[in-house]
Design a protein around this ligand. Sequence first.
Ligand code: SAM
Length: 271
Amino acid sequence: MKIDIVSVFPEYFEVMNLSLMGKAQAKGLLEIKAHNLRDWTHDVHHSVDDTPVGGGAGMVMKPEVWSECLDELLGFSQPSGSPAPSGAPVLIFPNPSAPLFTQRDATELSHADHLLFGCGRYEGYDARIPDYYRAQGVDVREYSIGDYVLNGGEVAVSVMLEAITRLMPGFMGNPDSIVEESYTGEGALLEHRQYTKPAVWRGIAVPDVLLSGDHGKVDRFRRDEALARTAEIRPDLIAALDCKALDKADRKTLMALGWEVSATHPRRLAD
Ligand code: SAM
């Protein structure tokens, strides 16, 4: 997968050379290139921002600089009116006022050949930029990584990239480690709790069943714990389950937790 990132702080992405992301680059699975947006400016100050039209605090990223940069990285030979080049990357802008980025988005994007991220700064980027490229036929996405505001898009891009790239075939040493994770697949739940050795640490023992060697019992214990944790922390995920996909033991557990499981989706009885 090819990944281009545009930022006024491209050095930020030097961390991508570390750990699993660095190994994936060394193996040729990933090719990450960070570009400095200021390389597409023409003025002596290399300015990328201007005051907001309509007034207000802060500065907004200028569309002209972004469009020169994006036309080149997207492969548009003519700046306007030309259709999106075939094989153009998916263009992604982090934005706190956009829909939330989820594991489902990460899974979908892990199959892309080429992603291009544009990091906002200041009060953000001129709203016409994503609109313009959408109208040109580019697959443009805007995502928030959570209900809080960061100084810039660099951290958000790093978060999305970690989530996307670890799902690429060949990225993880042990591919099984991504199969049963939180938020993963149909019927996604929060994961059960994890333990390692020693069996007793500072007087706290791991649950006996995990030492029993009985895989059936271990699986059931973990599944029940996942259902209980999800019901407590993210009841919205329980309410989204398909009751037909629940087995008898799942239903029993959910009923004991106060959920009704006879309709299409579980419903909390207290509601
Ligand atoms: N004025 C904007 C607002 O209130 O929605 C905040 C702009 S923020 C200071 C600057 C840039 O940081 C944004 O353009 C975006 O690229 C990035 N950013 C900040 N918070 C983010 C979040 N929760 N998710 C994704 N990107 C975020």
